[in-house]
Design a protein around this ligand. Sequence first.
Ligand SMILES: Cc1cc2nc3c(=O)[nH]c(=O)nc-3n(C[C@H](O)[C@H](O)[C@H](O)COP(=O)(O)OP(=O)(O)OC[C@H]3O[C@@H](n4cnc5c(N)ncnc54)[C@H](O)[C@@H]3O)c2cc1C
Length: 305
Amino acid sequence: MTDADLLILGAGPAGLAAAQYGSRANLKVLVIEQMSPGGQALMIDKLENYPGDLNPRSGFDFAEDMRRQAENFGAEIIGDGVISLEKEGDLFKAVLDSGRTLRAYAVILATGATHRSLGIPGEAEFAGRGVSYCASCDGPFFKGKKIMVVGGGDAACDEARYLSLLTDQVILVHRRDSFRAQKGVAQRVLENPHIEVRFNTRPVEIRGDKQVGSVLLEDAGKQYEEPVNAVFIFAGTVPQTSLVPDIAVDTAGYIITDQRMESSVPGLFAAGDVRSSPFRQVVVAAAEGAIAAHCAAEYIDSLKG
Ligand SMILES: Cc1cc2nc3c(=O)[nH]c(=O)nc-3n(C[C@H](O)[C@H](O)[C@H](O)COP(=O)(O)OP(=O)(O)OC[C@H]3O[C@@H](n4cnc5c(N)ncnc54)[C@H](O)[C@@H]3O)c2cc1C
């Protein structure tokens, strides 16, 4: 006895695109999301690189439209966390935080990724008190203040640019001698008069009293203290794969699939940031979600005979 044909775990861009395609393929689709639908896209200030979208919207508005589109085609989104997933014979069984159990023929894991911590003293202590991992969420609290951004990828550069709209005192520190971000994104940061870039520099400790007051930095073995009011950390992401400990992953822990998005477990598909891929973006997550749903539908058809 099944509750759905297809369970989709996570309602970020990958899960929502999969939900739309799965429902349009006439599958009964249940999507389980532990937070608000949208995933990391909710943190995007302006999504300006989604193909065909000439008027950049906030990630929030974009995600809201994806959610409505998936629901319009019949997908049901359940607000709950998935705490375990196992395969019993041909069926998958997911147990939710609420204690509810759901069974389905196939599963798409679209649980995405979460921020990587630096693991330095003061980081956990000052989380929510000047240490943040989301500029659009917490940036407005530090309007006109001195802000440090840590990282050298797309997220760090994008978010430094967003913060530079709120203050003219942004310091971007990166441990390497050049950015990992896409060239255009990095160039805009280097040309921004409100952002001071310090390469070959890494934070060693975050200090303060009730709130962040300074960061101890290290440059070529020399340490010095930089007074700041907030630290925004974008040091990469960690895939959310704890539900599937026995699945094949790459050296960084991302799920390996074939080109149909099927993992090493038959009937278990993965899409988006949780999947081993050279590029993690909304358009990639959405495309992978579509492929996963299409191939899950074929898998379910073959199972039902
Ligand atoms: C600050 C920032 C800026 C970015 N800017 C851009 C940009 O400008 N352009 C761009 O294309 N991309 C950008 N990205 C990247 C983009 O947001 C991601 O590539 C995309 O959101 C990945 O989608 P996803 O669905 O794979 O995963 P996610 O968006 O991570 O969504 C995964 C969802 O799964 C849920 N979940 C996880 N575990 C469970 C569980 N056990 N039970 C239930 N639910 C669960 C999570 O709550 C989450 O909602 C940015 C990312 C960040 C952090």
